[in-house]
Design a protein around this ligand. Structure first.
Ligand code: NDP
Length: 275
């Protein structure tokens, strides 16, 4: 893990870049397009969007306009809560492809575990995978009991679980369960929307390596085997968030950061959401 092109393997052998750019709350149009362009220029090759973000068009256009080959890009999108169910998921997937100007996705995720529906939605993702429409399929915001439930009768085990994960919400138990099932953990809000900059321990560790608290946090996550997708639309931050491949935290430092956990969420609780 010493270069921006570093990848982790998914359980089906597909390689996923350890670092990607998240684009939640980036406006469709020039804002998201410029962010993707900066990121591609710096060496990012992975982008995390979702139909609900409303910016798939901009993401697709920016990738299309860049001289990067589609096959060198890892593109993720997600099926939104109102599109659950077999038929609606199929339709939502094809609309995402159209907006993203591509004929396949690298990763398609169930965005939230909508009660009583996520298994039917999963069947659709399995069929999309079988038909070659997507190279890997996974879930997001699944707690252990959701995963256990889906594992009882799925044909294909999810390859990824994208969850809230950062120094105030260190979900080690869930992460370890995922590791044991060969489900790759992906961290959303990996830098606590910038708030890790205020954490004293991260500043102290960062001083030792000449790194910022944000960079220390992203390094901690990737050393734990977790994919990170920090969001920024700013050129300087897109660049600095990727400068995490030239230092290594000690096992003790990793443990000290783990111990910052407060089980404090910034986002909704997957067991209690109403959207
Ligand atoms: P992040 O932890 O990635 O933080 C993003 C925020 O931090 C933005 O406001 C950004 O502002 C700012 N920021 C970025 N870099 C720096 C830096 N170096 N120093 C200080 N501030 C910085 O939060 P997100 O919630 O965006 O999560 C990342 C991605 O995860 C999302 O974009 C999305 O793709 C995904 N996600 C998935 C969810 C799910 O349910 N599956 C839920 C939430 C997010 P600016 O852009 O101005 O630089």
């Amino acid at each position: 893990m010493n270069h921006i092109s570093a990848t982790f393997s998914l359980r089906n052998g597909v390689e996923i870049p350890v670092l990607g750019l998240g684009v939640f709350r980036a406006d469709d149009g020039p804002e998201v397009m410029q962010a993707i362009q900066y990121a591609l220029d710096v060496g990012y090759r992975s982008f995390d969007t979702a139909s609900i973000y409303g910016n798939e068009k901009g993401v697709g256009t920016a990738i299309h306009q860049h001289d990067v080959h589609r096959s060198d890009v890892f593109l993720t999108s997600k099926v939104w809560n109102s599109d659950h169910g077999y038929k609606k998921t199929m339709e939502a997937f094809h609309k995402s492809l159209e907006r993203l100007k591509t004929n396949y996705l690298d990763l398609y995720l169930i965005h939230w575990p909508v009660k009583d529906l996520y298994k039917e939605t999963w069947n659709a993702l399995e069929d999309l995978y079988d038909s070659g429409g997507v190279r890997a399929i996974g879930v997001s915001n699944f707690n252990m009991h959701h995963l256990e439930d889906i594992l009882t009768d799925c044909r294909i085990v999810p390859m990824v679980n994208q969850i809230e994960f950062h120094p105030s919400m260190v979900q080690n138990e869930l992460h370890e369960f995922c590791l044991s099932e060969e489900i790759r953990t992906q961290a959303w809000s990996p830098i606590m929307r910038g708030r890790v900059s205020d954490i004293a321990l991260l500043k102290t560790i960062g001083e030792k390596y000449g790194k910022s608290p944000v960079q220390v946090t992203l390094r901690w996550e990737i050393q734990k085997g977790i994919v990170v997708i920090p969001k920024s639309v700013r050129k300087d931050r897109i660049r600095s968030n990727a400068q995490i491949f030239d230092f290594e935290l000690s096992p003790l430092e990793v443990e000290l950061i783990d111990a910052l956990n407060k089980n404090e969420r910034l986002g909704p609780d997957p067991d209690n959401f109403d959207f």
